[in-house]
Design a protein. Structure first.
Length: 349
């Protein structure tokens, strides 16, 4: 056989002395083939070095066996863990995963969506960058099964997986109030997206429940990055009447907040209590150990992937929004270990 020509399925069939249909049945595992014949086909595939062309196969069957995952920041452990959950499920379905990183840039996101369309991807899991979502209607998504993560798309009839942001935040803020804090600073991410708006609701509800007025001066908006956390924390901690506690809406922000606290010569938690949304592997070993609202990030990815494959099989199914629960983990940075157990029990009674 010429070294210049790729091995075809016909070559495998001839080598194994079977029909092309038998080779196809062995590779796709969609029809019964006797063990003896199946072994002969696999031996011929190995001997000839045959590699299936999934793209060419997709042109004939309208299935590419690939899906896309488009996220704002692959460096953020929140999205890294989601990606792992998606990939594990994708692998069990014998699909390939294409990952795009948008940096919260709608134009960059559009390029990835056009790329996935050109690659004939079968589905897409996406954390959208633009809160209006109007641009989604203008993109070539008609042939893609869609699932949104972290930002709700249910109003557009798109399956969505996210967490109960409001309850998670309210629990954290009430904990700080129970420790005696009345001036609680909040560093948010981008406005207009689901997690930011829902966590703002949780913050507001907790304060109002305990008769504490919401002070706009105690709310700083920044990019959900390390530098954003540093700028937001610095803005709040240099107020004339600074907060005694900070709540960071994103886990990566907390690194920047700790940097700002150190630069200003403050001690955490003795002078400034700290809680963040997200738990990471390094949170329990930071000094002080971080009190967090933990999100089931890996499960978000798994649930999103399961919804996507359900959608591929049942295109007419009604859209679903899956809400996963957060978990509040108390460590040192909130300062609870510095408070009287009696005072805490009275608050939580």
């Amino acid at each position: 056989m010429s070294a210049e020509r790729s091995v075809t399925i016909k070559d495998v069939a001839a080598h194994a002395a079977v029909s092309v249909a038998t080779v196809s049945a062995v590779m796709n595992e969609n029809k019964y083939v006797s063990p003896e014949l199946a072994q002969r086909v696999r031996a011929s595939i190995a001997a000839l070095g045959y590699k299936r062309n999934n793209f060419a196969r997709g042109l004939k069957t309208q299935v590419s066996h690939s899906i896309g995952l488009v996220i704002p920041d692959i460096m953020n452990p929140f999205y890294t863990n989601i990606a792992r959950g998606v990939e594990d499920v994708t692998h069990t379905h014998n699909y390939s995963l294409i990952i795009g990183n948008t940096d919260e840039d709608p134009e960059k996101e559009k390029k990835y969506l056009h790329l996935l369309d050109s690659k004939q991807a079968d589905g897409l899991i996406i954390a959208v960058t633009d809160h209006s979502f109007e641009y989604l209607q203008e993109l070539p998504l008609q042939n893609l099964a869609l699932v949104g993560i972290d930002r709700s798309l249910i109003e557009l009839g798109i399956d969505t997986v996210l967490v109960n942001n409001t309850v998670g935040t309210r629990t954290a803020i009430e904990h700080l109030i129970g420790l005696g804090h009345r001036r609680i600073g909040l560093v948010t991410g981008a406005r207009g997206i689901t997690p930011t708006e829902e966590r703002l609701v949780g913050y507001t509800e907790a304060l109002e429940k305990h008769g504490i007025a919401v002070d706009p001066a105690l709310i700083a908006t920044a990019r959900a990055r390390v530098d954003g956390g540093e700028r937001g924390a610095h803005q709040l901690l240099t107020l004339e009447d600074r907060p005694t506690a900070l709540f960071l809406m994103d886990g990566t922000m907390v690194i920047g907040a700790m940097r700002a606290i150190a630069q200003l010569g403050l001690r955490c938690p003795e002078e400034i209590a700290l809680i963040c949304f997200d738990d990471f592997a390094w949170a329990p070993v930071m000094r002080p150990h971080l009190t967090v609202v933990d999100q089931p990030t890996y499960e978000i990815g798994k649930q999103a992937a399961h919804l996507l494959f359900e959608r591929l099989q049942h295109q007419e199914r009604a859209p679903r929004e899956v809400r996963l629960q957060t978990r509040f983990i108390v460590r040192e940075s909130c300062g609870s270990h510095l408070r009287s157990p009696d005072a805490l029990s009275r608050f939580h009674a």
